[in-house]
Design a protein around this ligand. Sequence first.
Ligand code: PHE
Length: 519
Amino acid sequence: MAAPSGADNQEHWSGKFAFIMAAVGSAVGLGNLVRFPYIAGDSGGGAFVLIYLACVLLLGLPVLVAELMIGRRGGGSAIGAVVRLAKNENNSKLWGIVPAIGVVTTFLVLSYYCVLAGWVLNFVFLSVQDVFSSVGSGAGLGAVAYNEMTEAEISGQLGELVSNPWQMVIMTGLFMALTIFIVSRGIKGGIETAANILMPIFFVLLLLLTISSLINGNDAAALDFLFKPDWSEVDGGVILRAVGQAFFSLSLGSAMMITYGLYMNKDEDIPGSARIVAFSDTSVALIAGLAIFPIIFASPVLMESVLAEDPGLGLMFESIPLAFHQLPFGGIFAIAFFIMTIFAALTSAIALLEVSVAWFDGDIDVSAVQRRRRRIRGAIILGGLAFLIGCMNALSQVPTSVANTFFNTWEPLSFIALFDGMTILDAIDTLTGSVLLPIGGVATAVFAGWVISAQVAKDEIGFKKASTFTIWRTLVRYVVPIFIGIVLVYGAIIGPMRARADAGSEAAQVIEEMTTPSE
Ligand code: PHE
């Protein structure tokens, strides 16, 4: 029986290198450079890193193989692919709901991803401006280290940005426009070309920054922070964060890798490519930690502030600029750092938008010209919509002391314990990262392991050894669903409810103490 396929005139990657660059580009992004370092530092250092590595190997890698297999075998769009494969196995078309939720998930991720990327873009401009102003002032290149600014000015840059809604909206819009432009040019002319140019530059910059950080920084403290296991921090919530982070970082559970699988050629090696993507993504997360922390910890003051509190986004936008401030040529490093980050963010945002555009493109056979038109229209409409939600997300970040934007006090999902006290950006981040991606991952694993027959899976994936196939199938059939199921119920439902109850009873106790008249 011939393999089913979607639209005949579907575009394909021009080769293995192009696919790998695009897939690695989608995986490597703000998740590796921003999310991973601060979650790891905050969730038990080495203990978190070990749990994370296990998640990538036992849960992420098998699901990645499953998603690429589903995409390539099914063809068309992510939803069409799953529906077609389900029908072929005489199973329900309702399986299409799984990638449909995935499309919504990627769209939601894009709506806040573009805001954070907008911040990074703003910092690219700031660092370039600063270097030029210090050179212009006659200080010369040798003295460039954010020389024109005081420390207070540097650490105030993030505060200034979030207090300025228009600035955020403009930066988000600029970033989104770039993403729309690339996606509208299609697979070969847009996504591939962007990844082929941006990713190699990204790797060179990451390498240079890491070497300089290790030479100039406090390596011992950084290694301690990142890799010394502190098991006392580990609970259900931390394990859920590791699972969520692994799926977010590898772009899994969201129909994204199914979509990139659609464009894979039949002769490409799925297990080999999946290994390269997982390995590169995980290495970048770990190396990013080594590019960031030694240089931050070179300053005792910065080290103390990072260790004392959960730095969150302040790590990237306050601590790092301050750390570069101390280095000779610091301004140049700052430019390199933010350019590297924006490149990684751009190749991920392209992938996020591509998922919805591929769905919008439709699963029908139309002429190449019509397809191209539909793509441009889809990229503009969907990218524009994500930008509008992005504006709400941006406005939610404005401090209430500066202005009331409505969105900075609105807590849309706080009736659920998991989203206690979260404004829209944090709620979307938690909803997608801790709930939708893991659920999407489980559903995809169940589909690949239980619905698709062993014969079809074996034929499409093409593992070289029979035993590897058996291991893969056991992981997607049993390990992924059972493990993530338990972690989800505990981390997303029981844990937060307990925390809420504890907070409630503490409050009750305080009220009781306050209202009980003292003798
Ligand atoms: N993996 C990307 C990152 O680490 C984010 C992403 C998630 C991209 C889901 C596509 C799909 O930043």
